[in-house]
Design a protein around this ligand. Structure first.
Ligand code: C5P
Length: 301
């Protein structure tokens, strides 16, 4: 994520993610699932603007000129205390005793219920930005502890790692080197999927596959090998809940690309492409034949 000042406003640009690999290792006594997942940050961003609020309140508004805002998103996006941004801000105040307020404007480009981590990324950006804005001085370790309480994917975005291997619920992060930029075309079908419902529909019947092979492929930089190792255990249950996932994957298979996968708990799916030109060509083809939003992106640095 990138932070910069615009006069008295602190502006943060925070990315989406894709899961290149996701294995569910088992169900835990607390109801969550133990995961092994490999995530990359991609160049699709939400922007948050933080301003002081003299009343001491925490206020969130949506920039109605947000480029990617659709009626579907608007209906799904609460702007009250149910929003992870306000939960993160309140958690930071409770943790530190800070009484300062903030007015936060969200410019939304990352689709919701999409498996792209938009809500988690916004929450991570809020923790990092308000720690700076309110001069709280919390070390990264404490921001991570708060992040883990907000959601399983929030930790990934705190340190802005381009690639990371994640364990536990997804909150235990080990950054990995990324040897080259990766190019993708992403399709977000019209409908979304609830992460909770996708995990509920999962049938835990397979032995885990392990991320060693795809990590080795990523380190070697061999794109065809990376393409053959893309894997997501949640693709089957998501496909049971939404025909749109199967259609999106079928449409991606018809493009010229290196490998295809659903990201996170869906509903977005992506193709790994050999280069940006191939991703742009695939996007043209998808826009002509499919409903939904199509993005050409590369890994964020
Ligand atoms: O942690 P987060 O709030 O993003 O998770 C949403 C829901 O997804 C959880 O309430 C849980 O039902 C499911 N989940 C899970 N195992 C994980 C992550 C999420 O079962 N590792």
């Amino acid at each position: 994520m990138r932070l910069h000042w615009q006069g008295p406003c602190l502006v943060v640009r925070t990315p989406a993610k894709l899961n290149l690999f996701l294995d569910v290792l088992g169900k835990r006594p607390d109801g969550y699932h133990e995961l092994e997942t490999l995530m990359v940050s991609i160049g699709l961003y939400d922007t948050l603007r933080f301003q002081s609020n003299e009343s001491g309140r925490l206020e969130l508004s949506l920039n109605s000129a947000s480029p990617g805002i659709t009626p579907f998103m608007r209906a799904l996006l609460p702007l009250d205390e149910r929003n992870l941004i306000l939960k993160a801000a309140q958690m930071l105040r409770d943790h530190t005793g800070c009484t300062q307020g903030a007015s936060i404007e969200l410019s939304k480009s990352i689709p919701l219920q999409a498996g792209l981590g938009g809500g988690s990324s916004d929450a991570a950006a809020t923790l990092v930005a308000l720690n700076h804005f309110w001069k709280l001085g919390l070390p990264s370790r404490e921001l991570h502890a708060l992040a883990a309480r907000l959601g399983s994917d929030v930790n990934f975005f705190i340190d802005s790692a381009p690639l990371a291997l994640c364990h536990g619920r997804g909150e235990q992060i080990t950054p990995e080197p990324l040897t080259q930029p990766l190019h993708f075309v992403v399709i977000k079908p019209p409908g979304g999927l609830s992460t909770r419902e996708v995990f509920q529909a999962l049938q835990p019947d397979r032995a885990p596959r392990g991320s060693a092979a795809i990590r080795q492929a990523l380190h070697s930089g061999n794109l065809s090998l990376i393409g053959t190792q893309l894997h997501n255990s949640l693709e089957v249950p998501a496909g049971v809940l939404s025909e749109e996932v199967a259609s999106a994957l079928a449409a991606l298979r018809r493009t010229s690309s290196v490998g295809r996968l659903m990201t996170g708990s869906g509903s977005s799916c992506f193709a790994l492409c050999a280069h940006q030109r191939q991703a742009v060509q695939a996007a043209h083809q998808l826009r002509a034949t499919c409903r939904g939003q199509v993005f050409v992106v590369q890994t964020a640095t």
